[in-house]
Design a protein around this ligand. Sequence first.
Ligand code: DGY
Length: 326
Amino acid sequence: MTQPNVFVTRRIPDQGLAMIRQACAVTIWEDELPPPYNVLRAEAARADGLLTLLSDRVDAPLLAAAPRLKVISQMAVGFDNIDLAAATARGIPVGHTPGVLTETTADFAFALLMAAARRVSEAERFVRAGHWRTWGPTLLMGQDVHGATLGIIGMGRIGLAVARRAQGFAMRVLYHDRAENPDAKALGAELCPLDDLLAQADFVSLHTPLTPETQGLMDARALALMKPTAVLINTARGPIVDHRALYEALVSARIAYAALDVTDPEPIPPDSPLLALDNCLIVPHIASSSIATRTRMAVMAAENLLAGLRGERLPHCANPQVYGRR
Ligand code: DGY
């Protein structure tokens, strides 16, 4: 029997790849950088299945030119790079990897929060530059995390996992979302309007998906509501923050610090003014990058892909409405 053709847009952890190789004729894009759009489109045109990453643009024209495509499996929980409506209209299920990266991402959001509060990357640069001459009574003073107020925007799985970590630091937790989250309530977290959260929080951590409503949510107006001592942490998606407004807020000390795992665009251009600021910590979208979690994500992406190729319901489907159409 002929095996289905699958295009995998980058080398993913071995365990996931081995599962796909057993059942499919696989083409892997071996470069460190994503395949150019025209390559992805040409590969999609002859593929039965695609395994994508968040850096691959899967839009309506690509889908229209992919007559055989039965499934798209994204190795990420977020899928804003995929035109979900177009995939659904074509009857193509889109898989993603929710749940498995929750705790790892929350660990990292907290790591950024701590690093920003206590100026860890600045302090490390200071030492490496040979500036450490003595114990200084006011040297690199930061902010306390324990007892501070944490504002979580988006109380989904990851937001909740961050709130749980905050309990260990005796933090007051405020959150903003469309509705009350009973699990957050059980932790003592308080639902509040966005503006109140911004005005009260010492740390604001973003955990919403990127949608038309959240794009640019942290704009000049929102940043101006934050305390001058406040820290913004983004492990969600770069475009939720207006980077020009963020630069202005940081350079004018309107807010104290930003810690970004995600930027707009990605990667951040080397000449971005944000990179010149001491009060901005930027890392390359690695919040889910522990060995165990990236391996689980690859396995889950393989499971979704193989289910779709067999014509079965995807275990983790981003557009379950596709099944209503059958
Ligand atoms: C996701 O899964 O959406 C993260 O941004 C990368 O792990």
